[in-house]
Ligand binder design. Sequence first.
Ligand code: 6PG
Length: 248
Amino acid sequence: MAPGDNRKVITVSGADALAKAAAKRVLARIAANGDRVAICLSGGSSPKRLYQLLATDAYRTQIPWDRVHWFIGDERFVPADDPLNNMAMARRIFLDHSAPAANIHPIPTDTANPEQSARRYESELKAFYGANELDPARPLFDVVLMGVGPDGHTASLFPDDPALEEAERWVVAVREAHVEPFVPRVTLTLPALGSCREMLFEVSGAEKRPVLTRVLEGENVPAKRAHSTGETIWLVDKAALPENFRER
Ligand code: 6PG
C-alpha cells in the first residue's frame, strides 16, 4: 500500500488459514469490548469459511452471543429466504444456531423498493447507535467485514456509481449491480462502513490477483477508497498476491 495510508496487508497461505486469521481477529475485537458489540458482515463467497468456522464449537463457545449484534454491509434486493440473500447465507451457516433473533439485523427486502429498504435500515442503524450523526470517537461497528469484486467494488459500491460519493446517508439503494447477480442492491455507504474499530478485507484465490494488483498499485477503486476510522486490514491469501508484492 502507498506509504502513509493506514491500511495494513497481512498475508496467509491458503483459504483455511485466511478464515482462521479472520476468526481470530473478530474474536479479539469482541473480547476487547466488554459492552455491546456490533459486527457488520459481508456477503459473497469470501466470508463463507469464516462463518463455517464460527459455527464450530471451538469458536462458537468463545462468543458472548447475548451481547453481540450482527449487521450486513450490503444486500441483494431478493426475499430473505432467497439463496442469493447475503444475510440468509450468514444465518444458515452460523447465526441461526447461536445468535438471539433480536441480535440479527438483516437489511429488509420485504419493502416496496430498495430505496424504502435503505431508509428503514438507516433508521435501524441510527436507533442502534443512538444518534443521527456518526462521531469518529465512537465507531458504529467493532468490525466491518469486506470483500472485493473483480471490478474493485466492495459492499455494493461500484466504480462510477453515485452511491460511492454519498457523504450524508448511511444506507442507499443501488438500482443496477455492475456484476452478477444483476439484482438491485442496498448498501451501506463509505462513511457508515468506515465508522468502525476495524475494517477487515478477506481476499483469497488466484482470480483476485488482477484486482488486488490494481488496489496495491494505488488505483482508486471503491475497495481502495473504503477505510476505517480505526484500523484497515487486508487479509490476503498468498495465491491472490501479485508476484512482485513484498509486505511493507
Ligand atoms: C455481494 C458482496 C460483494 C462481495 C464481493 C466479493 O453482495 O456480492 O457483498 O461486495 O463481497 O463481490 O465477492 P466474492 O466474495 O464472492 O468474491
